[in-house]
Design a protein around this ligand. Structure first.
Ligand code: SAH
Length: 268
């Protein structure tokens, strides 16, 4: 009988080979996580996606999947839906984490794209309508002033590197800071500065956390709706620019998909 070798080394080698295989085969299944309906619907229309009425998700949750094929890509736009009690978009880190987890479990994507709007900082020369790829993500509202827990709270991590995509699409690159508030308290502001962020959102670092746990590469495409350190109130500026900026987001995501089509993860 052949020797039965299940040493840790062999198991690790097998795992590495599996990751390498995944990286070397063309990307096929993509999950696009989008927090707001206004951001999601233009993509759904453009790619003629269908709503999944026989949901992959647990019964009763508001999460919505739109799916279809674009070029050689199986697209899944996942929107956490409307809050069951209040009827507004389920924005923020909790819903984003849950739908990321459930989508990875159900769809086993090769790549996740978290697309959405964000606030920008004029101190970082960010303008309304700019579209960013995030180089790093971190949280700015999880303060735990105990050694090591402080770093866990901030949860800073580098994102999956896509040098060819960045070069080809000529998008801006910058750090993304995530928190569960649209406005910015002085404490948040200090953390955002410490995080060296160019853009601020309410989902990115949460999506990154879950995708990292489950070893799925994720990229962040964020279009700027408001300038946080400008002179207009954020909520007003956000609503004023949302529809126009969503068009810029939609175009950027399309260019990203065109670039990805036919490529392996390692070629991004
Ligand atoms: N009143 C809005 C609330 C949306 S919350 C409504 O029409 O329902 C803002 C959403 O846009 C979040 O998904 C967040 O990721 C993003 N966003 C845009 N600008 C932001 C900012 N300045 N700070 C945090 N998130 C922002």
């Amino acid at each position: 009988m052949a020797p039965h070798n299940d040493s840790t080394e062999v198991v690790e080698e097998r795992a590495t080979t599996m990751v390498a295989d995944a990286e070397n085969k063309p990307i096929s299944t993509i999950v696009i996580i989008i927090a707001m309906q206004t951001e999601a619907l233009p993509l759904v229309t453009k790619f003629q996606l269908s709503e999944d009425h026989d949901s992959l998700f647990p019964k009763g949750v508001p999460w919505v999947r739109y799916y279809g094929v674009y070029k050689d890509l199986n697209l899944n736009v996942i929107w956490p839906g409307k809050d069951p009690l209040l009827g507004v978009d389920s924005v923020g880190t909790i819903s984003a984490s849950l739908v990321t987890y459930a989508s990875i479990q159900a769809l086993k994507p090769d790549l996740i794209i978290n697309a959405g709007t964000a606030g920008g900082f004029k101190a970082k020369e960010t303008c309304i309508g700019d579209v960013y790829l995030a180089s790093d993500v971190a949280f700015h509202d999880r303060r735990i002033p105990i050694p090591v827990f402080d770093q866990y709270g901030i949860g800073a991590r580098k994102t999956f590197s896509t040098p060819n995509l960045l070069k080809e699409l000529n998008l801006k690159i910058g750090k993304l800071s995530t928190g569960d508030s649209l406005d910015m308290s002085p404490q948040d502001e200090a953390s955002i500065i410490a995080n060296d962020a160019a853009v601020k959102d309410m989902e990115g670092a949460a999506v990154a956390y879950v995708a990292d746990l489950l070893s799925v590469p994720v990229i962040f495409v964020k279009a700027v709706t408001d300038i946080v350190d400008g002179d207009k109130p954020t909520a007003e500026e956000f609503l004023q620019n949302l529809v126009a900026v969503t068009t810029a987001l939609d175009q950027a995501v399309t260019r990203v998909l065109d670039f990805i089509s036919g490529k392996c993860v390692s070629e991004l």
